[in-house]
Design a protein around this ligand. Structure first.
Ligand SMILES: [Mg+2]
Ligand SMILES: [Zn+2]
Length: 221
């Protein structure tokens, strides 16, 4: 029996060319954000959820308009994404956006594309307090202890392999645990190195045209 194809597609550095959270922090440069990144990446002392939450707490909520405007106007969508969304629709492939990004830039940047809101998973935000507070509607299930914030493996596990052919598209360490679970991986940047280190098969890509071409080839075979 042919299984339903489902794609888990990362957002920052995958659908957009760069990481939007890093771009926001570099631009507004609140004192202390680089130390938080170091504690996450070098010391591995805090989780992604803690790091993202702490970094945004460095920004006053009064900056809301500027932060949102900067994030949306600064981001660039990777070539071929519009065609890719159409390709998935036409070929009955379920496309889920699984993003560690924040609602105030993820939804507006995806607005031009025909993706149901329920198929977009990201973190949320509140500008009601003194500082920007990140909210976490999609935390880890019992099988993940990484404290991801937006847990990609939890979403992947809800699409079991006996019913779905699962495909992941991503660019970084935050995609790697998911990459170990799925049947097919499309990787760029750091995710390529991680896959190579563990001998995890992957297809390299630079644009979404590459992925369409590859999906077409495997479907015809
Ligand atoms: Mg990414
Ligand atoms: Zn998790």
């Amino acid at each position: 029996m042919l299984k339903q194809k489902v794609i888990f597609c990362d957002f920052d550095g995958t659908i957009t060319k760069n990481d939007n959270i890093v771009a926001i922090m570099k631009h507004f440069n609140p004192p202390g954000w680089e130390e938080i990144v170091n504690r996450l990446l070098q010391e591995r002392a805090i989780s992604v959820r803690q790091a993202v939450g702490e970094m945004f707490r460095l920004l006053p909520s009064s900056l809301q308009e500027e932060v949102v405007h900067f994030a949306i106007s600064n981001a660039a969508i990777r070539d071929g994404f519009a065609e890719f969304v159409t390709y998935c629709k036409v070929n009955n492939i379920k496309l889920l956006v699984t993003s560690g990004g924040i609602d105030f830039f993820v939804y507006p940047l995806l607005q031009p594309f025909d993706i149901p809101r329920d198929d977009i998973f990201c973190n949320a935000s509140s500008f009601d307090g003194e500082t920007i507070e990140i909210l976490w509607p999609h935390v880890c299930d019992n099988e993940c202890v990484a404290d991801c914030g937006m847990c990609k493996t939890t979403i992947i596990r809800s699409y079991p392999a006996d019913q779905y052919e699962r495909i992941l598209i991503g660019d970084s360490i935050t995609d790697f645990q998911g990459a170990k679970l799925v049947e097919t991986v499309y990787a760029r940047a750091q995710l390529i190195d991680l896959c190579q280190e563990l001998d995890r098969p992957y297809h390299p890509f630079e644009t979404f045209h590459d992925i369409i071409r590859d999906l077409e080839a495997t479907t015809e075979a």
